[in-house]
Write a new protein. Structure first.
Length: 204
C-alpha cells in the first residue's frame, strides 16, 4: 500500500549501499520504503484513497467488458457504461474499506511495537481479514485471517527476494591522468610548426 509515498522514498543511485543486504536488512529496508516516508495519520488517508482508485479502475474495466458481452446487439456500449455506473462505485468502496482498515491496523501495530517491519504488514493483513469476516462466524474469521496473513507474507517475501537478487552497481575506477612533461629540446614553437606545414623548414 502507500502508493503515493512509495515513489518518493527511493534514494538516488549514488546514495544506495553497495553491499548486498542480508535477509533481515532487506526486510528492514522494505519496511522503511513502504512505511517510514508516510506518517501514520496521513498513511491511512493515502491507503484508503489508493485502494478506492484501484478498485474503481479495475472494477470499471471488468464490468464494462462484462456489460458489453451481456448487452443486446445495438446497445452494447450503453450496456457497458451502465454496468460501470452501477458496479464501479461499490467495488471502489469495498476496496477503500479494506485499505483503510488495513492501514489502521498497521498504524496500531507500529505504535504498539515501536518499529516497522514486514511483520506489521502480515499481522495487519490477518487482522483485516478477520475483522471483515466477523459477521460470518468464527470459522470464517480464522480462514480469512489466514488468507490475509499468507497473502501479505508472499508479497513481502517477493519484495525481499527481488531486492536481494538485484545486481549491484560497482564503482568504476578511472585512472588519474597525469600531465606529460616535455623537455625544452622537444618543445615546438608556433613558428616551427608553421614552417613545417608550409615546407619552408626543409630549405634551411
Amino acid at each position: 500500500m502507500s502508493t503515493l509515498c512509495l515513489s518518493s522514498s527511493f534514494a538516488p543511485p549514488s546514495t544506495r549501499s553497495r553491499s548486498r543486504p542480508s535477509g533481515r536488512q532487506a526486510a528492514t529496508t522494505m519496511g522503511s520504503l513502504t512505511d517510514r516516508e508516510c506518517p501514520c495519520p496521513g498513511r491511512i488517508l493515502t491507503d484508503t484513497g489508493s485502494a478506492f482508485a484501484i478498485g474503481a479502475v479495475g472494477g470499471s474495466f471488468f464490468h464494462f467488458v462484462k456489460g458489453l458481452r451481456n448487452a443486446p446487439t445495438g446497445a452494447r456500449f450503453t450496456g457497458g457504461l451502465e454496468a460501470v455506473r452501477m458496479n464501479a462505485p461499490r467495488i471502489g468502496s469495498n476496496f477503500a474499506v479494506w485499505g483503510g482498515l488495513y492501514s489502521v491496523c498497521d498504524c496500531t501495530l507500529v505504535y504498539v511495537r515501536q518499529k516497522e517491519d514486514p511483520w506489521n504488514s502480515i499481522l495487519s493483513g490477518a487482522a483485516t481479514g478477520g475483522i471483515l469476516s466477523l459477521r460470518q462466524g468464527f470459522r470464517s474469521v480464522i480462514r480469512s485471517s489466514m488468507h490475509g496473513a499468507i497473502f501479505f507474507a508472499l508479497v513481502n517475501g517477493a519484495i525481499i527476494t527481488t531486492q536481494q537478487s538485484q545486481p549491484l552497481s560497482t564503482p568504476v575506477d578511472v585512472p588519474a591522468v597525469t600531465p606529460v612533461e616535455i623537455s625544452s629540446s622537444e618543445a615546438i614553437t608556433p613558428v616551427e610548426t608553421f614552417e613545417k606545414e608550409s615546407g619552408r623548414g626543409n630549405h634551411k
